[in-house]
Ligand binder design. Sequence first.
Ligand SMILES: CC(C)(COP(=O)(O)OP(=O)(O)OC[C@H]1O[C@@H](n2cnc3c(N)ncnc32)[C@H](O)[C@@H]1OP(=O)(O)O)[C@@H](O)C(=O)NCCC(=O)NCCS
Length: 342
Amino acid sequence: MSFAFGIGIGTQNKKGDWLEVFYQQPVMAPGSVLMEVVSNTLGYQGGNQAIQAKAEQLSELASALRRAGETTQAILAEKASQSSRPVAVTILDTDDAASSTPEVYLKLHLISHRLAKPHSLKLDGIFGLLPNLAWTSEGAIDLEELPERQLQARIEGHTLEVKSVDKFPQMTDYVVPSGVRIADTARVRLGAYVGEGTTVMHEGFINFNAGTEGTSMIEGRISAGVMIGKGSDLGGGCSTMGTLSGGGNIIISVGENCLIGANAGIGIPLGDRCTVEAGLYITAGTKVALLDDHNELVEVIKARDLANKPDLLFRRNSQTGAVECKTNKSAIELNEELHANN
Ligand SMILES: CC(C)(COP(=O)(O)OP(=O)(O)OC[C@H]1O[C@@H](n2cnc3c(N)ncnc32)[C@H](O)[C@@H]1OP(=O)(O)O)[C@@H](O)C(=O)NCCC(=O)NCCS
């Protein structure tokens, strides 16, 4: 069985290089019938490949898919055959590292369509395959071609709006997964996994290969690679430490029913039902005083030794400045209140 498949409509620059691809209905683990039709009509002979298909090829593909009972993809191929933009039929036989822009886009789509979880796909080397682009009111534009397009727009009497200059587009221009609320769509990148029931407020941010499992209120930053468990909330301006820069190599995650307070941060993975006090940043090496139920010191350990442990409350003692950890008694109560109006 092949790994993934997608019929996508994309953008190329004047040199014919792919800039981006939109796959409306990517497929995970396509069946052998679908793959056989693609082989017969597009000459696909195996491996990972993005085939630039012409209108006639797409019509032929559509008819063959229909005959084979692959109706959804047949309709897509039919529509794509009318496209004024280039069409990529992308087949990933395996999850090997991508070798072209359309392949990377297919992988990012699989995550944002919730067909694959963050960390489940091989994303090595994707930065080199994603061109830095101007994301504009007229779609993706190669930066070298931007001045000319800006002038052309003015000549035609309108303004070309440049929404961002980045390697990744915003997710919602490609897919809006069910049951989510995103106050500022620019803050969620394609390749984010936004679970059903998640609200991302204006301060919230979700990077690619990162996201939420389910219901969550996100008002802080979910860095690349970080996954947030069901029922957990990120308070305003809080931070989860990523692994892309700064040498951090512990993969951060947050368990279920946790609360990371406003302006707090974590450099260790949290277990279920943990709370981090507003404003407290816990790094892996932070020395933490473990307190018992009577607030008596049990021992001093490094925060990394508390990684993934459940039911912890971290706070900075407002009188001594020491970082303390106690059993968390109010986590669930706090979260239920916060989720009442998701
Ligand atoms: C850490 C936190 C969860 C503690 O809240 P709590 O469990 O309700 O605790 P309380 O404020 O009732 O305090 C319990 C006791 O601990 C003491 N205490 C609380 N924080 C303390 C601190 N940092 N240092 C010393 N004592 C502290 C209180 O004074 C109180 O003492 P008492 O028993 O003598 O009355 C809370 O302060 C917090 O930071 N919440 C995050 C909220 C947030 O940021 N939400 C997101 C918004 S966008």
